[in-house]
Write a protein that binds this ligand. Structure first.
Ligand SMILES: [Zn+2]
Length: 456
């Protein structure tokens, strides 16, 4: 469904299925190539369903529409194009990168177009539905034929929520002005969490709760959390996002949710520890400047970011929830560098804790079985060994690669090192740095030690 094989995620465009520029003319002609000849489902049918759902969305979200968006017919491909266009604007804004670089990053993104059923489009404020995606679900037996209309009601309710978010605050601009991709993920979890929550409440009103959870299951998660490990990022955004929104509702009703849309948390740590929104803010990304060049020479595109619980929890998936909560509670700050060069990638993390960091290395070691299970269908295997080249309280080297003979270009290797209350992680994909891995680790540790006096 998603993602690169490595334990550390690629930058993903997935989930950027969000809104756009506000001003909404009543009827907007769809962009060329997006409209379908009207077959079974007509635009009239869609407006009828929309009109039925609008008051329920307004009640569940606690906001009224200034103007109700037009619901147009589209195709899955057309919707995917809108998602990509939005994503490029957002990524260009967050990273301040030239368009061709963002295009290159987006090129390898694993967005699955066939899964797109609906999308609220920016620049025109139209909401598109792809009937071919629903027909595909019916053909595959995923939903019953007589549930088509109910599916439409729920999808339109979800997308209408994005239109309300866009009315509250220009969403593409809001997304594009995040300071890094960690803050971007946090905002997306708020917007997708709210849209999912409103969809759920509308489903309850319409007696479609069972169908709501069936649709959620297609995303790889359920009422108890993540079901399909490869769907981790989707679950974190939609499922954990929904949990976060429910927490906000309990705190201060829908007004509190809207405050989070306008002033979103900067760190994904807020999704799991909403009472501690400030965690993860003190990381110094510049500490990692230039580490990629030590791993291998060449023209890298390097992105610095803060590191919140998202990254750590994704890697530590499979660890018991309570153990994980306890282990991550002492995390004080984190930084991440992600660098891209041709078909190569590297990622460098520094995590600062208030307690010894070695437990985190041990928890990573404990995930080996879970990682192996998750990756087996993709023909990948995981191999762990002790990392002893440099002094550490605990250190682990992990390689994820196709089972059997293979080249370095399909390999992902990482080293996890704990010293005192600090954890350093370096992961490389598509190349073997050899001794340069040690040199890069030494550089990070020496900078950390130099940084120490001012840090405490
Ligand atoms: Zn959405």
């Amino acid at each position: 469904m998603v993602g690169a094989p490595g334990p550390v995620p690629r930058l993903s465009l997935l989930g950027l299925l969000v809104a756009g520029c506000p001003r909404t003319p009543q009827v907007v002609p769809p962009p060329p190539g997006l409209a379908l000849p009207e077959q079974g489902l007509t635009a009239g049918d869609l407006q009828e369903i929309r009109d039925r759902v609008v008051p329920m969305v307004e009640e569940a979200a606690g906001r009224r529409f200034d103007e109700v968006p037009f619901v147009g017919l589209g195709t899955a491909d057309g919707l995917a194009r809108i998602v990509r266009e939005d994503s490029l604007i957002v990524l260009g804004g967050v990273y301040g990168l030239p368009e061709e670089v963002v295009h290159e990053m987006a090129r390898t993104d694993p967005l699955q177009v066939s899964s797109l059923i609906g999308k609220y489009a920016p620049r025109g404020g139209t909401l598109y539905i792809a009937p071919d995606s629903i027909e595909a679900m019916v053909a595959e037996g995923v939903v019953e034929a007589d549930q088509r209309e109910a599916v439409l009601e729920l999808i339109i309710a979800h997308e209408l929520t994005h239109a309300l978010q866009d009315q509250e605050q220009d969403l593409v601009e809001q997304l594009a002005s995040r300071r890094d991709d960690e803050a971007l993920r946090a905002l997306q979890a708020v917007t997708e969490g709210q849209a999912t929550r409103v969809e759920e409440l509308v489903a309850e009103r319409l007696g479609h709760t069972e169908l709501f959870w069936e649709l959620v299951e297609l995303q790889g998660w359920g009422p108890e959390g993540l079901v399909e490990p490869m769907a981790w990022p989707i679950w974190a955004q939609y499922g954990q996002g929904r949990d976060y929104v429910i927490w906000l509702e309990a705190e201060g009703g829908t007004d509190r949710v809207w405050r989070a849309v306008r002033e979103p948390p900067q760190s994904t740590t807020a999704l799991w520890r909403p009472e501690r929104e400030d965690v993860g803010l003190a990381g110094p990304p510049e500490l990692l400047d230039g580490v990629e060049a030590v791993l291998t020479a060449g023209e890298w595109v390097a992105l610095g970011a803060h590191l919140g619980e998202w990254d750590l929890r994704r890697v530590l998936y499979g660890v018991d929830d309570e153990v994980l909560d306890d282990a991550l509670a002492p995390v004080r700050a984190g930084s991440r560098l992600t660098a891209y060069r041709d078909d190569r990638r590297c990622e460098v993390w520094v995590v600062v804790l208030d307690e010894p960091a070695e437990e985190l290395v041990d928890l990573v070691r404990q995930t080996a079985e879970q990682v192996a299970q998750t990756l087996e269908p993709a023909g990948l295997a995981v191999a762990d060994q002790a990392f002893t080249a440099l002094p550490a309280d605990d250190a682990l080297a992990r390689v994820v690669a196709p089972a059997g003979p293979h080249s370095a270009s399909v390999e992902t290797a990482s080293v996890w090192m704990a010293r005192g209350e600090r954890l350093v992680v370096i992961e490389v994909e598509g190349f073997r740095p050899g001794l340069r891995m040690e040199r890069a680790l030494e550089l990070v540790w020496s900078r950390l030690e130099a940084d120490e006096p001012g840090d405490h």
